[in-house]
Each structure stands twice: as structure tokens, then as C-alpha cells.
Design a protein around this ligand. Structure first.
Ligand SMILES: [Zn+2]
Length: 153
């Protein structure tokens, strides 16, 4: 009798744990989703596996026209061209994002504490934000160019 009871607790315990595990995984999957079916493997790698493009590889580095930068996955409007500046880092850089464009999270990769940001609409990873920007906000959004689509005005 005692044995049966223990087995029962074991099974119930296991189902509770697996239910929790699966719901956490489900939440993770739900917050990040591929919307644009034309994303390249490199874009998917950056946006969904938190990879980084090679510095000085983005065509957007020299983009100086007036307009807005959108999320390459979902089209969410992220930056105005007026906040873009040349940081010398080799990645498109911005002193501020449009209100509500991103959600941030602390990233400890390589043992360094950095603030990572994701598109608030589709959850795609875009880059890291630092506190050494050139304007009063002191912010420097270091963005992977492959995650952005520029629409001139
Ligand atoms: Zn997005």
C-alpha cells in the first residue's frame, strides 16, 4: 500500500514538473516568432539565436537619408534616422529608440554584463544598449544591420 502511494506521488510530481517545464517552453516560443518568411539564415541566427553580424559588414552603416528603421522580421518601427550616429564600432548605432520599440534583458554571455534588447512586438534580438552614447540620454544602441529595414521618407 505504501509503495503504491509513493508511486502515485512520483507520477503526480513528475506531471507537475513536466507541465511547468512545457509551459515555460511554450511561453518562450510564444514571445519570439518568425513573421517574415523571407528572413535569411544569417538573419534568423541573429534574431533568434542571438548571434552577431561581422562589424563593418552592414550596408546601413553609411545610410544617411531621412526616414525610419524597422524590424526586419515584423516591421515594427524602431529608430528614427535623426537618432543615428557613427559610433566607429562597425555596427549601426542610435542614441535613442522610438518609445516602446524594445524590451530589454540582462545578458551575461562571455561573463560580461550587458543589456540586450529585443523587438517589443516579435521578440527578435537586435543588439545591446550601452551607456556611453554621444547625446544627453548617454544611450548607444548597437544594432545588427541585418535586423533592420530602412524606409526613407
Ligand atoms: Zn519585430
Amino acid at each position: 500500500m505504501k509503495f503504491v502511494k509513493r508511486k502515485f506521488i512520483k507520477i503526480v510530481g513528475f506531471s507537475i514538473i513536466s507541465t511547468l517545464f512545457f509551459s515555460i517552453n511554450f511561453l518562450k516560443a510564444a514571445s519570439k516568432k518568425i513573421i517574415n518568411p523571407n528572413l535569411s539564415n544569417k538573419q534568423k541566427d541573429i534574431m533568434f539565436n542571438e548571434a552577431t553580424e561581422r562589424p563593418y559588414s552592414s550596408k546601413l552603416l553609411n545610410e544617411k537619408r531621412k526616414g525610419f528603421y524597422h524590424c526586419a522580421n515584423c516591421g515594427n518601427k524602431l529608430f528614427a534616422s535623426t537618432s543615428k550616429f557613427d559610433s566607429g564600432t562597425g555596427w549601426p548605432s542610435f542614441s535613442e529608440a522610438l518609445p516602446g520599440a524594445f524590451k530589454t534583458k540582462i545578458d551575461h554571455t562571455f561573463g560580461i554584463k550587458r543589456i540586450e534588447y529585443h523587438c517589443a512586438k516579435c521578440g527578435a534580438h537586435h543588439g545591446h544598449v550601452f551607456d556611453d552614447g554621444p547625446t544627453e540620454s548617454r544611450k548607444r544602441f548597437c544594432n545588427n544591420g541585418l535586423c533592420l529595414i530602412f524606409k526613407p521618407e
